[in-house]
Design a protein around this ligand. Structure first.
Ligand SMILES: [Zn+2]
Ligand SMILES: [Zn+2]
Length: 280
C-alpha cells in the first residue's frame, strides 16, 4: 500500500469516519440530518461506514452466522451510487465496516478486491468463537460464566485482524469491554503486545467515542491503552459510530485535544484506500 506524509505545514482536518445510515433509507433527506449535526460539531469531512453485513454481495462472509446473514439485504451498488451523488455536494468519504472472521480471511480479501470502491475499510470484531455476537445482549448468560475467556478470544482475534492486513483502520479496538466487565489480569501485556504489532503495519487506529454512550462509559481505546499506544506514532482516525443523527461528531473535537496531549501526532485522511497523513 502506498502512503506519504504531507509534512509539518499541512493543516489538520476534523473527521468523523464511522457513521451508519442503516436506520433510514438511502435518501438525501436522511443523510442531511447527519450532516447538519456533523457541522454543528465542527466536523469537516464525514465518512459513511455501513456494516459489511448489510450487503447481499458480502453474504458469503456470513454463511456460518445465520443471524448476520439474514441482515444482508441491501445492494452495494445502490450504496455507492447514492454516496457518489451526495459527494458532489458534501465532503463525504465512502467507507465500510467489515467484520473480521479468522476463517473467512480469503473470502473477505476476494470480496474487497472485487468491490474495490471504498475510500477506506474499517476492520472490526463483533463475532467470537461459536458465532457469539458479544455486543448484542449484556444479559447473555455467557457473560456471567466466561467473561475472562470472552476477552481473551476477542483480543486473539484482534491480533489476527491486524496481522491479516485486510483493513485500513481497526475499529473500536477494545469494544469487548462495552458492558463494563472486569478486564483480564494480563490486560497490560495484551495492550503492549498489540501496540507493537500495530506499529509494524500500515494500519490506522480509530478513536471511537461511542464507548462513552455504553455502560462502560469510556472511549475506545481506553485511556490506559492510549497511553501505551502513544509513543509508537500510530496514525489515527476518529469516529462517533453514530447510528442516529444526534450522535454524529459526538466528543470528537474534544478527543483531538486529548490524544494530541498524549503525544499522538498524525491523522489519516483516506481516498481510495490510500492514507494521507496530516498533523493532529
Ligand atoms: Zn462496530
Ligand atoms: Zn460501527
Amino acid at each position: 500500500m502506498i502512503s506519504f506524509s504531507l509534512g509539518k505545514e499541512n493543516y489538520r482536518m476534523i473527521i468523523d469516519y464511522h457513521i451508519h445510515l442503516e436506520r433510514g433509507p438511502f435518501s438525501e433527506e436522511w443523510f442531511k440530518k447527519f450532516w447538519e449535526k456533523a457541522k454543528e460539531n465542527g466536523i469537516e469531512e464525514i465518512g459513511i461506514s455501513e456494516h459489511g453485513h448489510r450487503f447481499e454481495e458480502f453474504k458469503p462472509i456470513y454463511k456460518d452466522l445465520p443471524r448476520a446473514s439474514s441482515w444482508c439485504d441491501s445492494n452495494l451498488e445502490e450504496y455507492i451510487t447514492f454516496l457518489s451523488n451526495l459527494r458532489k455536494k458534501y465532503p463525504i468519504k465512502i467507507g465500510v465496516e467489515m467484520d473480521y472472521l479468522p476463517d473467512k480471511e480469503d473470502e473477505i480479501k476476494r470480496l474487497l478486491l472485487k468491490y474495490n470502491i471504498f475510500d477506506y475499510v474499517i476492520g472490526s470484531i463483533h463475532w467470537l468463537n461459536h458465532g457469539f455476537g458479544f455486543d448484542i445482549d449484556p444479559n447473555d448468560p455467557k457473560w456471567e460464566k466466561e467473561s475472562e475467556s470472552i476477552f481473551l478470544d476477542y483480543f486473539e482475534r484482534l491480533e489476527l485482524a491486524i496481522k491479516s492486513e485486510l483493513f485500513d483502520i481497526i475499529g473500536h479496538i477494545d469494544l469487548v469491554k462495552l458492558w463494563g466487565h472486569k478486564l483480564p489480569k494480563n490486560i497490560i501485556e495484551i495492550y503492549k503486545n498489540l501496540a507493537k504489532i500495530i506499529k509494524d503495519r500500515n494500519i490506522s487506529i480509530e478513536i471511537n467515542t461511542s464507548g462513552l454512550r455504553r455502560p462502560v462509559n469510556e472511549i475506545y481505546p481506553s485511556p490506559t491503552f492510549l497511553e501505551i499506544l502513544a509513543p509508537f506514532n500510530i496514525p489515527l482516525t476518529f469516529g462517533s459510530d453514530a447510528h442516529n443523527p444526534e450522535d454524529v461528531g459526538n466528543k470528537v473535537r474534544e478527543f483531538y485535544k486529548v490524544v494530541k496531549n498524549l503525544g499522538f501526532e498524525r491523522i489519516s485522511i483516506f481516498s481510495r484506500r490510500v492514507p494521507y497523513y496530516m498533523n493532529l
